[in-house]
Design a protein. Structure first.
Length: 193
């Protein structure tokens, strides 16, 4: 449990063990529930929660997750990269769906139906294109499934506008002295509208 929370990184594991020893000082055994209580969320948990909050347009939760990521020491460019990846997946899914070439997909289908009906067709499309230009098809099937489902929450024009915002934020973070935390907060506010 501790390894999962610290990503099996030595330094973080030693620091976490120190916290656990202090927390459980009056007991001889440290249990998994103690690890959950003391160590809390992993960075990966918080990143996925941030993306989920953005997709649900839950601004308060998204900003809370952003603060958690900063508290965990996640670099602002890593956060921007993860948000950018998700918007890129959504845009690509939206483009594929609007092309009409993936008729087997329905937003309400479950993952099993997707795996049997839609995923093979998407792989065929990628093979027809020589693998070029189908960024989405190269992802894990569950990532593709979620991107296709969630792309319906945004218009193509809005996703393109978000890509432009992401690029502008990236450039500003790398070329100005503006506070990256404030830039990410502003970006998240726009994404959640």
């Amino acid at each position: 449990a501790l390894g999962r929370k610290t990503g099996f990184r030595f330094r973080e594991s030693v620091e976490a063990m120190g916290l656990l020893v202090t927390y459980c000082a009056d007991r001889a055994l440290i249990e998994e529930k103690d690890v959950e209580e003391v160590i809390g969320k992993t960075r990966e948990d918080t990143v996925f929660e941030l993306i989920s909050a953005i997709l649900e347009k839950d601004l308060n939760q998204a900003l809370t997750n952003l603060r958690d990521l900063f508290r965990q020491g996640v670099h602002h460019l890593m956060i921007l990269t993860m948000i950018s990846r998700e918007i890129r997946l959504l845009l690509h899914a939206k483009i594929i769906l609007s092309s009409g070439r993936l008729r087997s997909f329905r937003p309400g289908m479950d993952y099993g139906q997707f795996s049997a009906q839609t995923y093979p067709r998407l792989k065929e499309m990628a093979a027809e294109a020589g693998g070029e230009g189908l960024f989405l098809a190269n992802q894990h099937p569950f990532v593709i499934y979620n991107a296709l489902r969630n792309s319906g929450k945004f218009s193509q024009a809005r996703l393109i506008r978000h890509v432009d915002q992401l690029v502008a934020t990236d450039v500003a973070m790398k070329s100005t002295g503006r506070d990256p935390r404030l830039m990410l907060e502003r970006l998240i506010i726009d994404l959640c509208r």
